[in-house]
Write a protein that binds this ligand. Structure first.
Ligand code: 5CA
Length: 429
């Protein structure tokens, strides 16, 4: 993409309404614009990141055996009456009537709809287990939408739902998702700490919130230092993890684990990027999701639900990866891998070499944003640092004369002067 053509409305000043870094930077880097409180348009640069996160989430869900479908954003009120949540949900649910005076709502989550789909279409234990998911926009009329996409009213969520014949099966489905979540966040460059959440009676041990550590997180998190060691391994022993102390704000471990000694107690703030939950027959009982079991008896299915805040993750990743000049995208979710800076656009020699680099990289499927604008070098450097592409490839008349380009790593700040060929080799390796 040529920057001269890209719809990228960057801002020089910090917008007054933004209180945290990710919100500020998403506005300044031209990723989003607010359309109403907690409701955003995603501009091209922001949308590319959102899509990359979505793709990682999708790949890991598919790898875990979950199947994608797509449910609508608008739902009928009836099914929410069946589950007895229509009144209980309160003002967070956006309700309205269609032209026939039927009560409708903009879905805040999809337990009801998926349970209806399941009960109308699955009749036998032979069709179990099943885990189904979608990636869809939700609406929750939050009292205090804030921090940009972190707590929006309209937001993109991945939600999966598992259906099993018995508790053992449900536990397996839960553990499969648990592992998939760790892999998912790790691929985005994030360490997400799984914290047992308080679920009341039904969930027991089987509910976790995944928190990305960040100073601006909305939740206080307290956990055993051994968590970090377990999390680093990738494949996590859920039993071992569940024995460790972990608690959110109230400092009370829902599982009753003892508070570790001070030297092993980690205290931080966290952003909840995922939440998984076993809820047994809560919905299947009320909504009559029953299959025929192996001996012909009716079995009410066991369910769980598994959410990831896809749009919130964009903000969470920025909270984890930025400095005072801008964003520092991990490569897996960066909108482009390389920013190519032409220091003297309009100079025929510089243009020729840059155009050539741009073409060669594009042909090799390296995603390049090419700053071909007329303008001062300082502005180009500042914009490139702001939008935070992992690599900057800089070419000016001086370098050109000596046959070299500069390759800068946005994370480390390291700069290398290289021949055009070796810069290309590095970026395409
Ligand atoms: N159906 C369940 C799946 S467990 C559910 O809705 N869970 S949830 O309420 O915890 O939401 C799942 C994830 O969506 C949260 O972990 C969070 O990352 C994200 N999320 C929730 N509310 C918002 C919001 N207002 N703005 C942005 N992301 C949100």
């Amino acid at each position: 993409m040529r920057l001269s053509a890209l719809f990228l409305p960057t801002l020089k000043e910090n917008p007054a309404e933004a209180q945290i870094a990710s919100h500020r930077l998403m506005l300044r880097a031209g990723m989003i614009r607010q359309s109403a409180a907690g409701i955003y348009s995603w501009l091209p640069l922001g949308l590319r990141v959102l899509r990359k996160i979505e793709r990682i989430v999708r790949e890991e869900q598919d790898a875990a055996g979950a199947q994608e479908l797509l449910m609508p954003t608008i739902q009928a009120a009836d099914i929410w009456r069946e589950s007895e949540r229509y009144d209980a949900y309160g003002k967070e649910m956006l309700r309205f009537k269609d032209r026939h005076d039927r009560e409708m709502l903009y879905g805040p989550t999809n337990e009801e709809l998926i349970t209806q789909l399941f009960r109308d279409n699955v009749k036998s234990y032979r069709d179990l287990p099943k885990t189904l998911y979608h990636i869809q926009w939700k609406f929750r009329d939050e009292v205090r939408p804030r921090f940009g996409v972190m707590r929006g009213r309209e937001f993109l969520m991945k939600d999966s739902y598992s259906f099993d014949l018995d508790f053992e099966g449900a536990k397996r489905s839960y553990e499969t998702m648990f592992t998939a979540y760790l892999k998912t966040f790790k691929r985005m460059g994030l360490t997400a700490i799984p914290m047992r959440a308080d679920s009341g009676a039904i969930g027991g041990n089987l509910t976790h919130e995944f928190h990305v550590l960040a100073e601006t997180g909305e939740s206080g998190v307290f956990y055993d230092a051994a968590y970090d060691e377990l999390a680093a391994k990738g494949e996590i022993d859920l039993e071992a993890l569940n024995r460790l102390y972990a608690a959110t704000d109230e400092k009370h471990d829902p599982n009753g684990a003892d508070v570790p000694p001070p030297e092993r107690l980690r205290q931080a703030r966290g952003i909840e990027v995922g939440h998984i939950f076993y809820f047994g027959t809560k919905y299947s009982k009320l909504m009559n999701a029953v299959v025929t079991g192996p001996t012909g008896e009716p079995v009410t299915v066991e369910m769980g639900s598994y959410g990831i805040g896809v749009s919130r993750l964009v903000g969470a990743i920025i909270e984890a990866y930025h400095d005072d000049r801008g964003i520092m995208w991990p490569e897996a979710v960066a909108p482009y891998k390389v920013g190519l800076i032409n220091l003297k656009s309009g100079d025929s020699a510089c243009d020729a070499v840059c155009d050539d680099l741009y073409r060669t990289l594009s042909e090799q499927n390296v995603e390049v944003l090419y700053d071909d604008r007329d303008g001062r070098a300082g502005v180009k450097f500042a914009d490139m640092d702001l939008i935070g592409l992992p690599w900057q490839l800089v070419l000016g008349p001086k370098g050109l004369a000596a046959g070299i380009v500069e390759l800068k790593n946005r994370h480390t700040g390291e700069k290398h002067e290289l021949s055009v060929e070796s810069a290309l080799a590095r970026l395409t390796a």
